[in-house]
Design a protein around this ligand. Structure first.
Ligand code: FE2
Length: 279
């Protein structure tokens, strides 16, 4: 893909969910761009696609995929890739994103984002799949770090090294989910201060941030609460460190009044401006 610094700056935006529609159009100038979930528009009814076209007419839009299984050992599923490619062609985004994980194995849909083993073999698999995807989708792909409660056995390297090697090998940009980074550090007792400079900041294109909650002693990336001060602090540090092009608030459950979401989007934008990432 083009180098991350070739991507346009999009500012501070929101992960689009249908309940946000009215609030969004009443506050168009307060949201710089949107991220839509690509899978939600596959085989969609005409009204749903009309809504997508309406969003694209009023906001810059990037696409976020859920089920490509870019780390799947069996390769990418052609029928899924075809739907994804058609959807992305309809939007024509400056970039699109997927999770660095696998969601299918042995012909079975796992139903969640499963962590890859941090091995050279897994890097080979991702690189092969990215090549397959690029033959069909020309828009640049950025890969997102996920949460994992257990470390997959057999690791030959740690997460920052694995991600760095994947991005170097594939040329993909990085979607840094700050909440996922923080959640893994907490759950795996990793000192982020000690590893901070080892993450591939030069590949950063986009940021996700969100609130999570504790369940049975484990921090969950539940996207159902206000962003915590700890995540905001990490967000500020990352925006200061790396020339990010766009940041997206992900909120899926326990939706607050829309103004609260706009408050988070504004706070994220203020930090972008402080560091010259957005005009
Ligand atoms: Fe995310």
């Amino acid at each position: 893909m083009a180098a991350p610094d070739a991507a346009p700056a999009l500012g501070s935006g929101l992960g689009y969910r249908p309940p946000f529609r009215a609030g969004l159009f009443a506050n168009r100038s307060r949201v710089d761009f949107l991220e839509i979930i690509a899978d939600h528009y596959f085989d969609a009814a005409p009204e749903k696609l009309q809504e997508l076209d309406l969003l694209c007419a009023h906001f810059p839009v990037v696409a976020h995929g859920l089920d490509l299984s870019i780390g799947g050992a069996e390769g990418v599923e052609p029928a899924y890739l075809e739907k994804l490619a058609r959807l992305i062609a309809r939007i024509d985004p400056p970039w699109w994103s997927e999770h660095l994980c696998f969601t299918r194995a042995g012909g079975v849909e796992i139903g969640h984002l499963a962590a890859l083993p941090y091995t050279r073999e897994a890097i080979d698999v991702v690189a092969r799949n990215v090549e397959q995807v690029r033959k069909r989708i020309r828009a640049p792909l950025v890969l997102e770090n996920i949460t994992t409660v257990v470390r997959v056995p057999g690791a030959e390297m740690d997460e920052p090294e694995f991600l760095t090697q994947v991005l170097a090998r594939t040329g993909c940009g990085w979607l840094c989910d700050v909440a996922n980074l923080y959640t893994n550090a907490v759950n795996q007792s990793v000192d982020l201060d000690a590893t901070f400079e080892r993450w591939p900041w030069d590949r950063l294109v986009q940021i996700h941030y969100a609130g999570g909650r504790w369940r049975d002693g484990v921090l969950i990336d539940s996207h159902d609460a206000a962003t915590s001060e700890a995540v905001w602090a990490l967000y500020d540090r990352i925006v200061a460190r790396a020339p990010v092009k766009g940041v997206i608030l992900e909120r899926d459950e326990r939706l607050p009044p829309f103004d609260e979401l706009l408050g988070e989007v504004a706070r994220a934008r203020t930090t972008l401006r402080e560091h010259g990432r957005w005009a």
